[in-house]
Design a protein around this ligand. Structure first.
Ligand SMILES: [Zn+2]
Ligand SMILES: [Zn+2]
Length: 183
């Protein structure tokens, strides 16, 4: 049973590229309204230097998950790492986030969820909205959910920020049933 979701800032040594705790606090407040579980925010940044790929100036998300998987955690806790660095996997230009199916770790990049990345003025409300949707999506994967064909469902795949914006911060009925059935 999902009892808590711990939000953790992640960056290179010295917390370079780690988001500020205030933004994670705001994400936690919004998530708590939707999930009704404890959402603690950790202040110390997770060092993901080992997953940094200098040649692409990106962090390999799968390697971050591998780093996180060995860390101790309470039963019923899923840990989500957030970074301002760009995330990718070798075969894709970038990913917004990644989680292992049925696992207990997820990673989300805020970089391409920020309006300023696309040359628009910063919009914190929109950033939080996108971050919450991306977090719900990755949490869905940790509870065994795969991608959904309903574009408004938070489990639909997103290869561009427009697709994140089309999603609602909610699971369609079928995905909601899968979420509950996971236990
Ligand atoms: Zn996905
Ligand atoms: Zn769905």
């Amino acid at each position: 049973m999902l009892e808590s979701v711990e939000l953790v800032p992640a960056g290179l040594a010295g917390a370079v590229g780690a988001p500020g705790v205030e933004i994670l606090d705001r994400i936690a407040v919004r998530l708590a309204r939707l999930l009704h579980v404890r959402i603690p925010v950790r202040t110390g940044a997770l060092d993901i230097s080992a997953a940094w790929h200098e040649e692409r100036q990106q962090v390999w998300s799968t390697e971050v998950l591998a780093l996180m998987n060995g860390a101790p955690r309470q039963p019923g806790m899923v840990r989500v790492a957030y970074t301002e660095l760009d995330l990718a996997v070798p075969v894709l230009t970038f990913v917004f986030g990644e989680a292992l199916l049925g696992g207990a770790s997820a990673v989300v990049s805020l970089r391409r969820l920020r309006n300023e990345y696309y040359g628009f003025p910063p919009d914190e409300d929109l950033l939080l909205d996108r971050a919450v949707k991306e977090t719900l999506h990755e949490l869905g994967h940790t509870r065994g959910l795969r991608h959904c064909h309903d574009l408004r469902c938070v489990m639909s795949s997103a290869h561009a920020v427009e697709r994140v914006d089309i999603r609602e911060a909610a699971f369609c009925r079928e995905c909601a049933e899968g979420w509950s059935a996971f236990g």
